[in-house]
Design a binder for this molecule. Structure first.
Ligand SMILES: O=C(O)c1cc(=O)[nH]c(=O)n1[C@@H]1O[C@H](COP(=O)(O)O)[C@@H](O)[C@H]1O
Length: 278
């Protein structure tokens, strides 16, 4: 029987700590690593990160756009990275931020959440802004495959608030409504449900929101966007136990040296552990 994503994620967090390293091969990072902004540079960058960190970090979040910009050969690099990371015991959250009308959403879900898909990942980031219900095909297929979703609820960027903090007719904000849908999705699941929210670590006090969704909270924004591991308890309160903090550029800029990459990831992992008491 396939264990659920929430169950596998909780074990991985317990064993390796909650840090998620983002694999975002920005052109500027390739340049600072002394690599060309081409397929060979992308390949070298990606496999250096995979080889350096696959055995020690709990969760990886490859950002699909940085691979897609090289066309099919870039996607092939992504496919191999996903397989290698998973074989080394890491969990892969594919950051593709998909969202569409339900019938098309089913095809996006198949691309990333069907077990025999070349890009099958442990979880996928999705956008609920065509209506939470439009994500149903992805929710259903994730359940069937033992995978998970991370739904954009309160994003780390300042522009997000015009949508996510908009107040609905029932007096709730849009973001709070997404969190409530996820709490429903995860009801009764143990040790934690598989349907997570993306909640930026940059957002300051979130006590106005009920973050107790019995699921993981993916928290980008640490490092390059200015948040620090020490901010996590104040932002997330009691929900900090379920937080998976993502660091992309903050770790990646330490490359290309594998030892330096490992040291950067370890430093963030230790700071996060100290802050959240994991
Ligand atoms: O879903 C995401 O991963 C995401 C949501 C969000 O609200 N903010 C956010 O920064 N992200 C992603 O998290 C990563 C952050 O990268 P760094 O700022 O380099 O650590 C990028 O891949 C973003 O696309």
């Amino acid at each position: 029987m396939t264990l659920s994503f929430g169950t596998r994620l909780r074990s991985a967090m317990d064993e390796r700590g909650p840090l998620c390293v983002g694999i975002d091969p920005h052109a500027s990072l390739l340049d600072s690593w002394g690599l060309a902004d081409d397929i060979a540079g992308l390949e070298r960058f990606t496999y250096t990160v995979v080889e350096a960190l696959a055995g020690t970090v709990a969760v990886f979040k490859p950002q699909a756009a940085f691979f897609e910009r090289f066309g099919s050969r870039g996607v092939a690099v992504l496919e191999r990275a996903v397989v290698d990371l998973r074989e080394a015991g890491g969990l892969v959250v594919m950051d593709a931020k998909r969202g569409d009308i339900g019938s098309t959403m089913a095809a996006y879900a198949e691309a990333f959440l069907r077990k025999d898909s070349p890009l099958f990942s442990d979880a996928l980031t999705v956008s609920p802004y065509l209506g939470y219900g439009s994500l149903k095909p992805a929710v259903d297929l994730a359940r069937e495959s033992g995978a998970g979703l991370f739904v954009l609820a309160l994003t780390s960027n300042p522009e997000g608030s015009e949508v996510q903090r908009a107040v609905r007719e029932d007096g709730r904000t849009v973001g709070a409504t997404m969190l409530a849908h996820l709490a429903e999705e995860n009801a009764g699941e143990g040790p934690m449900g598989s349907f997570g929210a993306v909640v930026g670590a940059t957002l300051g006090d979130l006590s106005a929101f009920d973050l107790d969704i019995n699921g993981p909270l993916l928290a980008p924004g640490i490092g390059a966007q200015g948040a620090t591991p020490a901010d996590l308890p104040a932002v997330f309160g009691a929900a900090v136990r379920n937080v998976v903090p993502n660091v992309s550029r903050g770790v990646l800029k330490a490359g290309p040296d594998a030892t330096a990459l490992r040291a950067a990831a370890e430093r963030y992992a230790n700071e996060i552990r100290a802050a959240v008491g994991a």
